[in-house]
Design a protein around this ligand. Structure first.
Ligand code: GLU
Length: 472
């Protein structure tokens, strides 16, 4: 019988969302979308010392930015809440009592830190029942409760098949810490069972927990989920992905003006060969339609910021000017520059600047630099600038065609062409040696001068040329 899957993304709110976590979230979201399932967001905040205030909201904001929309979660609600582990104390209490009644738990006075091969050097697990009861009566403050593992030492993973842990030391895992705080291993196993998670898709660093969590779930009378552990992402040098491989926080990429679609595509390339998606399109429908978990690679994927930036540039060049303008207003430094109403020329200016830049942040910086540029005068460029100025319409240049007619006239009169004709103009208009095509740029500058950002003055082309002529 086909049952729509229930998957979950379960971040600890200890910091921002990074590429590795986002990739796990992406695979979960694709898995759910591809099969009409449900994506649960669960916040694993059982470790108060490591939690960062506000981190859960920030993580969710980054997920939403990527188009990963949980169906259930702390803000969405749902039938299996609460979705923050810190609010699920009674659920863990109930599971604890059930396991204890089933004879699977024992108090360990050695504490949770005793991680020797035996797990419990004092042999707490081997006490006879009567002895244990007597010691409990004597010393009721139990530093740790452990779960008595059964014989099973392996787990079936959708990507790797059966994985055995027979050789590895296997201390009985702690389920409750001092003060009755549940451990991650226990809370996560209980929640996956309680929330009816059918497939646990997570990083392979959690693979060694799976067979233990499975036993806890079976002891609770629940069918364990299917497991899919994703190989961890590496940088191009083969080391685990870290800051030195570029921006790894999703929020940093957003602040730099990398389009979310490019981030999604770059994440999809990690261990999968996604379909080609036409830049400018929402990638989710095509990715979800083609996603097959069995096609995921078992080797560790390599993240390359160069690929991301390449995708970023391609996506930016496919976005319409008004969308570029809208997104630029979300960039850290550009939020308030237009005071709410963004003039139409700004998007068009961005559209020419993204031709030579990989992120919207860089394109917007270039556009702004050009708006505010100090006109420069090329050596020996006085005569040609003078000709440009004489022919430049008082009311400004309306469009690219007008620029072409104008340059034909100036070329004829001055008998100049190519670099001799355009280089002095470029230096005068932009203060730069190279940049966007003047035919597009010059009319945009004239429009910007007529409709400047609030509280600013933008010089028209005539003013720029005159200033360059005056400059020494
Ligand atoms: N909270 C765990 C982490 O952030 C994830 C555990 C899991 O997915 O089972 O690494």
């Amino acid at each position: 019988m086909h049952r729509p899957p229930r998957v979950r993304f379960a971040p600890a709110p200890t910091g921002r969302l990074h590429l590795g976590g986002a990739r796990t979230a992406l695979v979960n979201a694709l898995f759910a979308r591809a099969r009409g399932g449900t994506l649960v967001l669960r916040i694993e905040d059982t470790d108060p010392e490591r939690n960062l205030p506000g981190a859960d909201e920030a993580i969710e904001e980054d997920l939403l930015w990527l188009g990963i929309v949980p169906d259930e979660g702390p803000t969405e609600g749902g039938a299996f809440g609460p979705y923050r582990q810190s609010e699920r104390g009674p659920v863990y209490g109930g599971a604890f009592e059930a396991l204890r009644a089933a004879g699977r738990l024992y108090p360990c006075w050695c504490g949770p830190e005793a991680r020797a091969e035996s797990g419990c050097p004092g042999g707490c697990g081997g006490l006879a029942e009567g002895e244990r009861e007597r010691r409990l009566a004597r010393e009721p403050a139990v530093p740790a409760w452990r779960f008595r593992l059964g014989e099973q030492r392996e787990v079936a993973d959708l990507l790797r098949g059966r994985v055995s842990f027979r050789g590895a030391p296997a201390p009985d895992p702690v389920v409750l810490r001092p003060g009755g705080r549940p451990t991650f291993l226990f809370a996560c196993a209980v929640d996956d069972a309680e929330m009816k998670i059918t497939h646990v898709i997570r990083g392979e660093d959690h693979l060694p927990n799976a067979w233990k969590q499975e036993q806890i779930q079976r002891a609770l009378g629940r069918e364990p989920p299917q497991w899919l552990h994703l190989p961890l992402v590496l940088g191009p040098d083969g080391a685990p992905l870290s800051k030195r491989h570029g921006s790894t926080a999703i929020g940093d990429l957003r602040d730099r003006g990398v389009p979310w679609e490019a981030v999604v595509m770059a994440l999809a390339h990690l261990g999968w060969t996604p379909p080609r998606v036409e830049p400018g399109r929402d990638p989710w429908p095509e990715l979800a339609a083609r996603f097959r978990p069995e096609r995921l690679s078992r080797s560790q994927p390599v993240y390359d910021e160069g690929r991301l930036l390449h995708l970023s540039g391609r996506w930016l060049r496919a976005l319409p000017p008004e969308e570029l303008a809208r997104r630029s207003a979300e960039l850290a430094g550009f939020r308030d520059r237009f005071g709410g109403s963004v003039p139409p020329w700004w998007g068009e200016l961005l559209a020419v600047c993204v031709l030579s830049r990989a992120t919207l942040g860089e394109a917007a910086a270039l556009a702004w630099e050009i708006l505010e540029a100090e006109p420069r005068r090329a050596d020996g460029g006085g005569e040609i600038l003078d000709a440009w100025l004489r022919h430049w319409p008082e009311s400004g240049l309306p469009g690219a065609e007008d620029f072409k007619r104008l340059s034909a006239r100036v070329a004829e009169e001055a008998g100049a062409a190519g670099r001799a004709l355009f280089h002095p103009l470029r230096l005068a208009l932009t203060g730069r040696e190279a940049g966007p095509a003047l035919a597009v740029l010059a009319p945009l500058l004239d429009r910007a001068a007529q409709d400047p950002p609030r509280g600013r003055r933008v010089r028209s082309c005539r003013e720029r040329i005159a200033a360059a002529l005056g400059a020494r």
